[in-house]
Unconditional design. Structure first.
Lengths: 633, 528
């Protein structure tokens, strides 16, 4: 399989060609045939990733291919090298695999959209960027595609550009990500300035030579980038709004091509984080807070896609807990299983919207189990996997993260994660019950929900199978196939010795908690023994806090956006026009004014001039005399 | 002379066009346009040939020309280019050619005179970049001033005379200071060596006292700081941009501002290395102010051209930051920012001009939803807006990142503050992009599938009309035709170059390398 090392470039090139072709020719020539080139291109990318995966899985040696030197600026040289190790190989399969299914799904979902060709230009570009991001072997190249992913999210979230909400959401996503990138890029500069290189291998080798303060600074700055991209508190606000894009885009962003980038980056740079316990602690705390906050918000939302979106934020929080507590492999494992069930949940919601003419509000759904059985069963599998029901995928990976936090010496984090797990199960089954069970609350006269065509249902089925069985890649916990695969990457990382009793105990606790959430959801939305409205009433401020997303958006608007604009207006009106330009114009006016003054002397009357000459003579002669001349003596 | 005087040919080809037009008072407008196209086209073709023949491994000046002029005073006709000026020469010829094309339809008044000014301006700009004699340099520097002021003052919009006079006086004040500096250096070198010369390269060999350097540096610095323009000497720029015709803005932003950066690199650094080191922290602070200030003020501009003008102030801050970081990354960054800014901001001004032709306004609130009526133009808007906000893979990022890295290497805080602009730049550019390209035309109701309609139905309020503000008297953007082939032809080469420099800056950087290594020789070669 070593031959693949010379062909690594095919993996990013295929989607890039599709993107460029559809972008340049789509409007005039390709039009509705845009998927003819985009879908196979991503397929090729997936097929090329498979031998690369097999090659590194077998021989444990990373593959690499040098493409060209991007920036040669003195001692700052940035080559573009594609490299594949086990971590990258897993990411490649997840990214290209899920993306391929999403592409296939989009053929049906986007059918008839006036921007069809545009959609199939942006979508492969997204895949290209993400694939290059995971293939990079240099911090700056990583950063380039990190930003490129941001661009693609901008283009796709704002795909329906005529909607103000979509345009706002796209802008917000890009700017919030840029806040993270601000820290990330300073981190990269700090690495270069202190270590003199940006190459992964060299940086990781030399990390030990740095002082503790510097390493912590670098790690935290890098993590700032991850906070933005992987939607952690306090920068998660862009992700739920990203729902404004077409549903396949949400699936892509949430499962494969965007939010996982931050988690991947931290895992990739784990030697830096390992060198700084402070940074690790921060990562774990941020992860725990994110997991909890997002889970509580998700319970109160009515928009089906928003529920799923907050669930992504929450699951990303779990991954960050894994990273922060040193359970690296568990974090990547959760990323892997999450890709299946989250893509499935989004495509499932898309399928619901497809059947209900873009209805999003779960209060106007209900009873869809009968009319959309395939969607129901696949969505149910995805929801159960997300909720961590044994033996579906989410259970194994989430449980491992919680156990990892517990034995790693972060019991509080583990407890918060368990609390969040309760809400996870609650909001997931709440969504299932509100959407598919109960009475039909939509307009039955006009809407006739039905299961989608095959291009949309095949991805659902494939992902459902994945969501059901992907977890077994990591069984038994800590010693599964997945762990052995990734061990070479995280060789230097700490190992937890987990006793069988602990594993079983946490498995049991998680299951009880998940079932409790399931029971509460059923009691509220199926059995009717608990009234959600009464509960909300009784919780009062707590409910409003969660319902209003913990007021993050409002605080940003009031404390940052508005003051910044006010300050900018002040700078423009008062400083730029009022002081600087006024000084310039004032200088000009002063010249004019002085000239006016002197102009008065030019009266044109000879008598005045004679007087002036006479006076002048007297003054000069007088001065001469006073000065002590001896002319008249 | 043993070789073809290619630099003179490049420089005087536009002048020849201007002379022909001058001698033909009865030339039709059509003929005037073609003569101008020919003049600038020949110049562009020759400059490409020059670049192709440029030896990228050689240090020092190439294609040098020397004719003794006033030997008693040490004044001579000395031309030559190195890695710093060669790309700027090509940028000048390219943007001038594009300007001729971009003025084809919009300029309908006094066409012959307009093109005479434009061609004279081109000769002046090229002369500035190729002269190696301070006297000659000064002549070209002043030659360029008059046609630019005329272009703003005659073919500009409503408040054009004010803007032209302001531009003229401001720049003139700077160049008079520079003249004082030139005379001072001339005299100091004479006193030191007994040789009268205005050869830049020879003057750079001299060593001057610290106190003298400080003052002479300041004289040159002010001239270039006004030109580039640095905060707080920037207020002529928004006025000049807003009033200038499209081609005037393109040349102003694309080339004239670069003369400041070029002047720093060609004169301040080699002539006064000690003063440069002493002044550098102060200038870096001014650069940081410019970077953040320009971006913040751009954020609240209601006028498209002003927004782009203030973003220029911000971008030029990167140039001065990079130059006065005095290390390799900083200098590479400054040069790439200059070239990239020429391409990107030039293109943004072309796009503004294209909208102005259709709407006769530059108010951002008059536009909306152009993606539907002008999809090709919208694609260009998107590309250049992202290039301007520093998206990796496009030309802006390479330069900005290197310039900031250069600053970071010297002062950590400088890098951090400069980096902050990535947030602000995204903010103002995307805000603009959203309001003109995305959303809907002013007053246009939402589409039937817009979720806003459903929300409005649920809450019982009428849906908000599209666009950003009240319609006023503006033309409906829905009726705008997309780009015609001439407009496309002006933008496409800039787009190609923007992507090319972003993806493969190596070509450009290899041209720059010997010159940058030479410039750093006096500063300890940091970062090489």
């Amino acid at each position: 399989m070593e031959w693949i090392a010379d062909w690594l470039f095919v993996i990013p090139l295929a989607p890039l060609i599709a993107a460029v072709a559809n972008f340049l020719l789509g409007r005039w020539w390709i039009r509705d045939r845009a998927h003819w080139i985009a879908v196979p291109a991503v397929g090729v990318s997936f097929l090329a990733s498979v031998p690369a995966f097999l090659a590194v899985a077998r021989q444990h040696e990373p593959l690499s291919q040098h493409l060209y030197t991007w920036i040669p600026a003195g001692d700052f040289r940035v080559p573009v090298v594609l490299s594949v190790d086990q971590l990258t190989a897993v990411m490649l399969l997840v990214v290209t695999g899920v993306s391929f299914l999403v592409h296939l799904y989009s053929v049906g979902y986007m059918h008839g959209d006036p921007g069809y060709h545009r959609f199939f230009a942006y979508l492969p570009l997204f895949v290209f960027s993400m694939v290059m991001l995971v293939l990079a072997s240099n911090f700056l190249v990583l950063f380039v595609f990190w930003e490129a992913v941001g661009l693609c999210s901008y283009l796709l979230i704002g795909f329906w550009f005529r909607r103000r909400s979509a345009a706002d959401a796209a802008k917000k996503a890009f700017i919030v990500n840029r806040v993270g990138d601000f820290g990330f890029s300073i981190g990269i500069m700090l690495i270069f300035v202190t270590l003199g290189t940006l190459d992964y291998a060299e940086v990781f080798e030399r990390v030990g030579t740095l002082g503790a303060g510097t390493v912590t600074a670098i790690a935290l700055l890098l993590f700032t980038g991850a906070i933005g991209k992987s939607a952690q508190v306090p920068l998660f606000v862009w992700l739920p709004d990203a729902m404004e894009g077409p549903t396949p885009v949400s699936a892509l962003i949430h499962a494969a091509t965007m939010v996982t980038a931050g988690i991947f980056m931290v895992a990739r740079t784990h030697p830096i984080f390992l060198a700084s316990p402070t940074a690790m602690l921060v990562v774990a705390i941020v992860g725990a807070v994110t997991a909890f906050i997002a889970a509580t918000i998700a319970v109160t939302q009515y928009d089906i896609k928003r529920v799923v979106a907050y669930s992504t934020v929450s699951q990303l929080g779990y991954m960050a807990i894994g990273l922060g507590t040193g359970a690296w492999i568990a974090a990547i494992f959760h990323l892997f299983t999450h890709a299946f069930f989250k893509a499935l949940l989004f495509l499932g919601s898309g399928s619901v919207m497809h059947g209900l003419h873009d209805e999003l509000d779960m209060r106007r759904m209900g009873g869809l189990k009968r009319s959309m059985p395939l969607t129901y069963w696949t969505f149910l599998i995805g929801a159960a996997a997300n909720a961590g029901i044994l033996p579906l995928a989410g259970f194994w990976s989430k449980d491992e993260i919680i156990v990892g936090a517990w034995v790693g010496g972060y019991p509080v984090v583990a407890l918060i994660a368990l609390a969040a797990a309760f809400f996870t199960s609650l909001y997931m089954f709440r969504a299932v019950f509100m959407t598919f069970h109960g009475e039909e609350r939509f307009d039955r006269a006009h809407l006739h929900p039905h299961d989608p065509p095959w291009t949309m249902s095949v991805p659902l089925v494939v992902l459902a199978v994945g969501a059901a069985v992907a977890g077994f890649a990591g069984v038994p916990p800590e010693q599964g196939w997945f762990h052995r695969l990734l061990e070479p990457v995280f060789e230097s990382a700490m190992h937890h010795e987990v006793s069988l009793a602990t594993t079983l105990a946490f498995g049991a606790i998680s299951t009880v908690i998940a079932l409790a959430g399931l029971y509460l959801a059923a009691a509220a939305y199926v059995l009717g023994t608990v009234s959600p409205a009464v509960v909300a009433e009784r919780l009062g401020p707590l409910y409003r806090l969660a319902y209003n997303k913990w007021y993050f958006d409002d605080v940003y608007q009031r404390l940052i956006v508005e003051p910044a604009r006010g300050f900018a207006t002040f700078l423009w009106r008062q400083i730029d026009v009022g002081v600087i330009d006024a000084a310039v114009n004032g200088a000009a006016s002063l010249v004019v004014w002085t000239s006016q003054l002197w102009r008065r002397a030019q009266t044109g009357l000879v008598a005045n001039y004679v007087l002036a000459i006479a006076l002048g003579t007297v003054i000069i002669v007088g001065a001469y005399l006073i000065a002590g001349s001896n002319l008249f003596r | 002379m043993d070789q073809i005087p290619i630099l003179s040919l490049i420089t005087y080809a536009p002048l020849a066009g201007a002379v022909i037009l001058f001698l033909l008072p009865r030339a039709t407008e059509r003929a005037a346009r073609w003569v101008a196209l020919l003049g600038s086209g020949v110049s562009f073709a020759l400059s490409l040939a020059m670049l192709a023949a440029f030896d990228r491994s050689a240090t020092g000046m190439q294609f040098t020309e020397f004719i003794d002029w006033l030997p008693g005073l040490g004044i001579a006709y000395r031309l030559g280019v190195d890695g710093i000026s060669a790309p700027l020469v090509v940028l000048t010829t390219l943007l001038s050619l594009i300007s001729v094309l971009a003025s084809w339809d919009p300029i309908r008044r006094r066409v012959r005179e307009y093109y005479i000014s434009l061609l004279l301006l081109e000769t002046g700009m090229l002369g500035v970049f190729v002269s190696l004699d301070l006297f000659l340099f000064y002549i070209f520097w002043e030659v360029m001033l008059i046609p630019m002021a005329l272009i703003i003052g005659i073919w500009g919009s409503a408040n054009r005379v004010y803007a032209a006079v302001k531009f003229f006086l401001y720049t003139l004040a700077g160049s008079l200071l520079m003249l004082v500096g030139i005379v001072a250096v001339y005299q100091a070198y004479f006193e030191q060596t007994g040789v009268r010369t205005l050869d830049v390269l020879e003057l750079a060999q001299g060593t001057y006292g610290q106190a003298f350097q400080m003052w002479a540096f300041a004289a040159f610095f002010l001239a270039f700081a006004i030109k580039i323009p640095m905060w707080p000497f920037h207020t002529w720029l928004p006025d000049a941009h807003v009033e200038a015709p499209t081609a005037g803005s393109v040349i102003l932003a694309g080339i004239l501002l670069k003369m400041g950066g070029y002047g720093f690199l060609r004169f301040n650094l080699p002539l006064f290395p000690d003063a440069t080191r002493a002044w550098a922290p102060f200038i870096i602070v001014l650069s940081l102010i410019a970077i953040i200030y320009g971006a913040l003020v751009a954020l609240v501009q209601p006028d498209l051209k002003k927004l782009v003008a203030y973003s220029s102030v911000s971008h030029m801050g990167f140039v001065t930051l990079g130059i006065f970081a005095l290390n390799a990354q900083g200098l590479y960054g400054a040069m790439i920012v200059m070239i990239s800014h020429g391409l990107v901001t030039g293109a943004l001004f072309l796009l503004v001009g294209i909208l102005y032709e259709r709407a006769h306004t530059r108010e951002i609130s008059a536009f909306g939803g152009l993606h539907r009526s002008m999809p090709v133009a919208a694609a260009f808007w998107g590309l250049f807006a992202f290039a301007s906000l520093g998206l990796p893979g496009l030309s802006g990022f390479v330069g900005e990142f290197l310039a900031i890295l250069g600053g970071f290497r010297v002062y950590r805080w400088a890098g951090v503050i400069a980096m902050f602009v990535v947030i602000l730049a995204a903010w103002y550019m995307l805000w603009m992009l959203q309001r003109i390209v995305m959303m809907r035309a002013p007053g246009e109701p939402p589409d039937p599938d817009d979720p806003e309609l459903r929300l409005a139905a649920v809450h019982g309020v009428p849906p908000a009309a599209g666009g950003a503000g009240p319609r006023g008297q503006a033309v409906d953007p829905r009726t705008f035709p997309d780009l015609n082939w001439k407009e496309f032809a002006t933008l496409a080469p800039l787009a190609v170059l923007t992507v090319w420099i972003g993806v493969y800056p190596g070509y450009l950087m290899r041209i720059l390398r010997p010159a940058i290594e030479q410039a750093l020789a006096a500063f300890g070669r940091i970062g090489l």
